[in-house]
Ligand binder design. Sequence first.
Ligand code: TMP
Ligand code: ASP
Length: 254
Amino acid sequence: MNRRRRIYEGKAKVLYEGPEPGTLIQHFKDDATAFNNQKIDRIDGKGVLNNRISEFVFLRLNEIGIPNHFIRRLNMREQLIREVEIIPVEVVVRNIAAGSLSKRLGLEEGTALPRSVIEFYYKNDELDDPMVSEEHITAFGWANPQEIDDMMSLAIRVNDFLSGLFLGAGIRLVDFKIECGRLFEGDLMRIVVADEISPDSCRLWDIETNEKMDKDRFRREMGGMLEAYQEVAKRLGIMTQNERPVGSGPTLVQ
Ligand code: TMP
Ligand code: ASP
């Protein structure tokens, strides 16, 4: 396994060269980080759950024609994906005030927004992913206006679809982040959804109790992160029979 060429290692995933040109293998690690690596931990089994949840979401997106990089899951921790040129902009869609928006605008967490709001962040660990506007994105050449339009319409479609999907599972989609990439097919290029969609990249609240079922459990040291991710998987109908994501439970690394 280690003879494969490693293309890129991020905080929660590793990308390896794929079996054919134009493909990559996306490997989900158990590492959890928050606040730009200030908080680092290993949550045994998180990678397995995110691999499965992200597979489920991307398959559903494929079914309704939202273009993305997913080809198929290979094993418990890995999936085969199309190689894309990642646009260094994180697209966040928010339905309910939480996290950095609540802080920035003084909105109480849980306040419904008048409409869904899209924000952009420049993907740069050293700068802690600063929020940017379309002006910055075009001025610095990260994406052109057409690509920004494409990213926004993908993000809105993902939001509408995921909101309904999670609602059916008794979960409120508070906000989420996607990354997009340029997929080159011959002379054609299109913008597709890439990376992952999982409880690491979404805020998910139980519809009845508002209990957090996402990475905020880790960011805010609430505990029960793995159990919450398991519950999300269970409610989506994933990993029901005899499948356990292993592990001796989370260990806190100070
Ligand atoms: P925020 O409130 O911290 O800006 O986060 C908004 C949404 O984006 C939330 O669902 C978590 C997700 N997110 C990521 O996936 N990666 C990140 O680096 C950050 C800051 C947020
Ligand atoms: N993804 C970022 C980090 O790992 C921030 C976060 O998710 O809170 O540091």
